[in-house]
Design a protein around this ligand. Structure first.
Ligand code: GTP
Ligand code: MG
Length: 171
């Protein structure tokens, strides 16, 4: 079993391609109210969780809510791919503004599995190329996360390691 130590008050960024199991992981380990999902914020601002044109507004709203939660001392998990440096920089900034540690949890599954899962979903319409690009972004993310300001970086590789992980909150 892999134990992931996380400060009781942290901003946790899940990092992984579409189909890596971020939302499933978030639902398993955290309360629904602790999880801010980019999909949910796209739906909130545009009535469509896949409307990519709503991303800027959705993330602005997500960052705002994350900031409010951190100000109130609430652990907050961001369920988004977080594969791009600029996306992660926004989260590190919000965490720093509130003197909270940013933590990354990387879910790394084989690309073929992520694609199989994505293809099976009616609510995901992006193609193979988009997933391949995400996978490249993930590869590039390794080695950058600490430098970007993530104080802890937990990497879970493969379905078994993801399944066996548990979260331990540090008082
Ligand atoms: P996006 O929201 O598209 O970025 O994907 P995601 O990373 O949130 O993946 P999600 O948790 O939605 O998982 C994608 C699919 O894989 C879902 O249909 C899940 O049921 C399935 N899945 C995720 N994690 C697991 C797992 O640990 N075991 C199994 N068997 N299926 C999983
Ligand atoms: Mg998801």
């Amino acid at each position: 079993m892999t134990t992931l130590d996380i400060p009781e008050l942290a901003l946790v960024a899940l990092v992984g391609v579409s189909g890596s199991g971020k939302s499933t992981f978030a639902a398993r380990h955290f309360a629904p109210s602790q999880v801010l999902a980019s999909d949910a914020f796209r739906a909130m601002v545009a009535d469509d969780e896949n409307d990519q044109s709503a991303s800027a507004d959705a993330f602005a709203a997500l960052h705002h809510v994350a900031g409010v939660r951190l100000r109130r001392g609430r652990l907050t998990v961001v369920d988004a791919t977080n594969l791009q440096p600029h996306a992660r920089a926004g989260l590190v900034r919000v965490a720093r503004e509130h003197d909270v540690l940013p933590v990354a949890i990387v879910l790394d599954v084989p690309e073929a599995l992520a694609w199989e899962r994505t293809e099976a979903r009616a609510d995901r319409t992006h193609g193979r190329q988009v997933l391949a690009r995400m996978q490249r972004d993930l590869r590039r993310s390794y080695g950058h996360l600490e430098r970007e300001g993530f104080r802890r970086v937990h990497v879970l590789r493969g379905v078994e390691e993801i399944d066996a992980a548990r979260i331990r909150l540090e008082k």
